[in-house]
Design a protein around this ligand. Structure first.
Ligand SMILES: [Zn+2]
Length: 58
């Protein structure tokens, strides 16, 4: 399984463009087990959504 460092790199890369299928699968597996990276992922989403449409983010 990938470590948190690798996962965070993929999570960031994902913001700029799609990952390969195997990257996505490995990332999803990591997120399933890793609460820290789920939180990190949420933060990335939050920042992106907030920048795009601040009024619509719940
Ligand atoms: Zn992790």
């Amino acid at each position: 399984m990938m470590n948190c460092r690798q996962a965070s790199i993929l999570l960031s890369a994902q913001q700029d463009g799609p990952l390969t299928l195997s990257q996505r699968n490995r990332l999803r597996l990591h997120l399933f087990f890793c609460k820290n990276c789920r939180n990190f992922n949420r933060q990335l989403h939050f920042m992106r959504e907030a920048a795009r449409a601040p009024a619509h983010w719940e």
